[in-house]
Design a protein around this ligand. Structure first.
Ligand code: KIV
Ligand code: NA
Length: 273
């Protein structure tokens, strides 16, 4: 049937119907979003969303590979991108290639994503020249939280020019798309008009060439904090909490398991159980 888009197909969607994407970390969630997303990102947000880390800095290659493999098993038609974790690519283009190749070989992802603009342009060009499609990520780059000084809006005022330069640099280096995280909407629109590759917004603008959200955020599963840019399309965390509360009460009053959940000593006629 329909096969997964390739990075070049995503690149060709510049200026067209907005690209749809979400993060995923597990097989069942990947299966749910596969029919609806153009690409799925195994984000290093996995460290905060599923592993209880307070930032993405502690995320390892092993975590990305394990979750990448799980997501891969849930996808049939959406393209898969895997984040390069902090410390796996910044040292040199060679280091970046070795780890990107490992992510591609062990997870089957079509592309990797890494954070950084001008500073990572040479690395992006090195990877692309060697067969690694790269999605870039500029603006708020959570792996640089300790030098950015917090999760604040990027590119306001005089910083706009630097952000534009970052986006242009990754496009010139050969990235097939660029994530724009947490910047003024007008600046996101300007970047979108000025760079020749699709911009994927998160806390950016509806004018971007696509959007991405952390799936646990938009489902209301991850509720530790909620950035302004997250729209909650469901409150699954509250539903889960209520279900667990009800289960606990029923166990304590011995109303669970009920007769329909327990087994008789003999196999019933028809033989199912
Ligand atoms: O790790 C992540 O989830 C991301 C997206 C929010 C872009 O990088
Ligand atoms: Na990320």
């Amino acid at each position: 049937k329909k096969t997964a888009p390739l990075p070049d197909d995503i690149r060709a969607r510049k200026g067209g119907v907005p690209l749809v994407s979400l993060t995923a970390y597990t097989t069942p969630m990947a299966e749910l979003m596969d029919p609806h997303c153009d690409f799925v990102l195994v984000g290093d947000s996995v460290g905060m969303v599923l592993h209880g880390l307070s930032s993405t800095l502690g995320v390892t290659m092993e975590m990305m590979i394990l979750h990448g493999q799980a997501v891969r098993r849930g996808l049939r038609r959406a393209m898969m991108v895997v984040d390069m974790p902090f410390g796996s690519y910044e040292q040199s283009p060679q280091q970046a290639f070795a780890n990107a190749a490992r992510l591609m070989a062990e997870t089957g992802c079509a592309a990797v994503k890494l954070e950084g603009g001008v500073a990572m342009a040479d690395t992006i060009a090195f990877l692309v020249a060697r067969g690694v499609p790269v999605m870039a990520h500029v603006g708020l780059t959570p792996q640089s939280i300790n030098t950015l000084g917090g999760y604040k809006v990027q590119g306001r005022g005089a910083a706009a020019d630097r952000l534009l330069a970052d986006a242009r640099a990754v496009a010139e280096a050969g990235a097939f798309a660029v994530v724009l995280e947490k910047l003024p909407a007008a600046l996101a629109d300007q970047v979108t008009q000025q760079v020749p590759i699709p911009t994927i917004g998160i806390g950016a603008s509806a004018g971007c060439d696509g959007q991405i959200l952390v799936v646990d955020d938009m489902l209301g599963l991850f509720t530790a904090f909620r950035p302004k840019f997250v729209k909650r399309y469901a409150s699954l965390g509250h539903q889960a909490e209520a279900a667990i509360e009800e289960y606990a009460a029923e166990v304590r009053e011995r109303s669970f398991p009920g007769p329909e959940h327990v087994f008789a000593d003999t196999t019933p006629a028809g033989g199912a159980q």
